[in-house]
Each structure stands twice: as structure tokens, then as C-alpha cells.
Design a protein around this ligand. Structure first.
Ligand code: HEC
Length: 338
């Protein structure tokens, strides 16, 4: 048993939609209850429902489709505490580090718990959420079907039970916290995934890291970020970075920016239309406890995941392919130590 609560899963979710006449992505309209109601305004398609009438069946016309792997949330409290400017500076510096090939995109999006406020998105495959609480609240509604103070409106009222249909279901407990607040607090309290220390200390892993850096994997899979100082107010004024999270050096091996590496799934979420085929750089921390890779979980080895990179990563992948077998294997050993 090597499952850890909060880590990545082999489950995938379906996201879908279609293109309009101008070629822009549009969220699906999914009839439920024999056409008596429609679910719209989101790209996620639920595999299950609390009753048959509410079960979604994706129409054939919604032909832009993808599978999305469930992400790890370990260490996300540190990622949340990285200042916007840190991520925006990474994006600004990438072209100069890569002959203009690599240009990560930071998207500025609403903070759900602070109406009217924005922050750089960093959670989800499309950077579609900016904070741990926004992410938890959105998931509680869209993945679990429970309205909460972050996402107060039901996706559908088909089969909804209870006296007051409009009441928020996730109510505060005796200490004034709702479930979503507890989820956020739990996630913020998790440690970053630990490395395999024994493997990391081997000469092969050390040589592999040097090669990973020199061929430019590290331009997107950034090794070190520093969180904001304790006391910094983020999340649109709703959250103060605590001492346990502030001013910490983290090693996510990711830049939390969107890139087109040729694996794009055509789905637009929080970002502008140009993000349709961009995916957030997968942070590589915790890689050694995963068995499937990439946003669709379609890669069963890290070597396969590497070979699927193209687009912005094309130059770096050519560099990888030009290495000796031994050097390539050393990079894989390094990755297996993360
Ligand atoms: C231009 C930015 C960029 C560069 C350069 C890059 N990657 Fe990636 N990497 C990504 C993105 C984006 C993804 C997620 C793609 C997806 O899921 O479709 C990813 C995913 C991965 C994954 C899968 C991780 C997981 O948890 O599923 C591995 C492994 C990986 N990269 C290793 C490498 C290695 C090794 C190199 C250098 C040879 C490299 N990458 C270069 C952006 C980059």
C-alpha cells in the first residue's frame, strides 16, 4: 500500500465542449432528466449522479474531449503562498533562456472567496484556480455536488432534496468553519512530497539532475521557488501567510505556468482563448509515487511522458534525444528520486 491521502490518483475526469463557428471553445450543454433541464457553464462532465434523472450523457456534438488526471494536493499551501510576481517573472525570463521558444503564460483570475479580487492562477491542469480555498470550494460543488460559501449555486436542482432548495449545504460547524474551510486548512498543513533520499544521493541521480538542468528541462520544471514572507496578505485580502509557510524554499520542479508542449486538449477554462492547447507544467515533486503520467494519465513511464513533449519543449527534447543512453537513463533515475 503506497497510497498517501492527498496525492495524485489514477482516476481521470472527463472534460468536453465544442467549437463555435469562429473556432473558439464553448462549454457543453448537457440535457438531463429527458431534456427537462440542461447542465451548462462548465466543461467537466460527471460520471455519476445521485439519481438517474440527473445523470449526464454527453451529446456526440460535444466533440472536443479529454481525460484529466486527479492532481496531488500535497504541498499546495506553499504553492499558494508564492507571490504572483514570482510566477510572472519566471514567465518573463523564459524566452531569453530558450531562444524565444519557451514562453509560459500566467493568467490572472478571480479569487472565489474574495469577490472582485484577482490573483495568478496556479492550481489545476489549466491553472484554473488561484487559491487552495477556491480549488476546494470549486471541487466540492463540481466534483461532489455540495454547495458552499465559495460556490453557492447548484449545477442542477434535478433530484435535489431538502426543505430550502436555495440554502448553502455546507454550513459552518461549532467553531465557525464549513467543510471547505477544513479541506483548505488540511491541504495547507500538508508537507511537500518527500524525495527518495537514498536514490537522490546516488551518483546517477546527481549526474541526471545536472543533465536535466543543462538541457533546459529546468526552464519549465523550475527547481526552487521561495514563498512570500510570513504576514504577507494574499488571496485578495482573505489570507495571511503564516510563519509555517512563509519565506520557505520549495522544490516543486514546476513553474505553475501554462505552456503548449503539443499535448493540448482544446479545452479553455479560466484563461483566454489562446490557452486552449496549453497545459500547466506538471510539478515533478512526488513523481516516484506515481504510476501514470501527463494530464490524461496516458503515459505509463516517465520516458514516454518525456517523448510526448513537443511545441515549446521541442528544443529541449532534441537536447534530450542527443544525449547518450547512459545520460538519458541518469535523467530518469533523477526523476525517479523526486
Ligand atoms: C516548455 C516547458 C517544458 C519543458 C521544457 C519540459 N517540460 Fe515536462 N512538462 C511540461 C508540461 C506542460 C507537462 C504536462 C503536459 C501534459 O500533461 O499534457 C509536463 C509533464 C512532464 C512529465 C509528466 C509528469 C506527471 O506528473 O505527469 C515529466 C516526467 C516531464 N514533464 C519531464 C520533463 C523532462 C525530463 C524534461 C526535459 C527533457 C521536460 N519535462 C521539459 C512542460 C515542460
Amino acid at each position: 500500500m503506497n497510497q498517501v491521502v492527498g496525492t495524485a490518483s489514477h482516476f481521470t475526469e472527463v472534460r468536453a465542449g465544442h467549437l463555435d463557428l469562429n473556432g473558439n471553445f464553448v462549454n457543453p450543454s448537457i440535457p438531463v432528466s429527458d431534456g427537462a433541464a440542461t447542465i451548462s457553464g462548465r466543461s467537466i462532465v460527471n460520471d455519476r449522479a445521485i439519481c438517474e434523472a440527473a445523470q449526464e450523457h454527453l451529446p456526440d456534438s460535444e466533440n472536443v474531449r479529454t481525460q484529466r488526471a486527479v492532481l496531488s494536493v500535497l504541498g499546495d499551501g506553499f504553492v499558494e503562498a508564492v507571490e504572483d510576481i514570482t510566477l510572472q517573472t519566471l514567465a518573463a525570463n523564459q524566452p531569453a533562456q530558450s531562444n524565444g521558444l519557451i514562453h509560459g503564460e500566467a493568467i490572472v483570475i478571480p479569487v472565489l472567496e474574495a469577490p472582485g479580487q484577482t490573483m495568478v492562477g496556479r492550481f489545476g491542469w489549466k491553472d484554473q484556480q488561484p487559491t487552495v480555498l477556491s480549488f476546494a470550494g470549486d471541487a466540492y460543488l463540481n466534483e461532489m455536488g455540495v454547495t458552499n460559501h465559495v460556490r453557492p449555486n447548484d449545477v442542477t436542482s434535478i433530484c435535489k432534496t431538502g426543505a430550502n432548495q436555495n440554502a448553502i449545504e455546507d454550513t459552518p460547524d461549532s467553531i465557525g468553519m464549513a467543510d471547505v474551510d477544513h479541506f483548505a486548512q488540511f491541504i495547507r498543513a500538508t508537507m511537500a512530497p518527500p524525495r527518495d533520499a537514498a536514490l537522490a544521493a546516488t551518483p546517477d541521480a546527481i549526474a541526471g539532475q545536472a543533465a536535466f538542468n543543462s538541457i533546459g528541462c529546468v526552464t519549465c520544471h523550475v527547481d526552487t521557488l521561495v514563498t512570500a514572507r510570513p504576514g504577507t496578505v494574499i488571496a485578495g485580502g482573505t489570507y495571511t501567510v503564516p510563519a509555517a509557510i512563509g519565506n520557505k524554499m520549495i522544490h516543486p520542479y514546476g513553474d505553475f505556468l501554462l505552456h503548449d508542449v503539443g499535448t493540448g486538449d482544446g479545452i479553455v477554462q479560466a484563461g483566454p482563448a489562446d490557452t486552449a492547447n496549453k497545459i500547466r507544467t506538471a510539478p515533478l515533486w512526488g513523481l516516484h509515487i506515481k504510476s501514470r503520467f501527463m494530464h490524461d494519465n496516458e503515459s505509463h513511464s516517465v520516458t514516454n511522458a518525456i517523448q510526448r513533449h513537443a511545441g515549446e519543449a521541442a528544443g529541449v527534447i532534441s537536447g534530450f534525444n542527443a544525449l547518450s543512453q547512459q545520460q538519458q537513463q541518469q535523467i530518469v533515475t533523477f526523476l525517479n528520486s523526486l
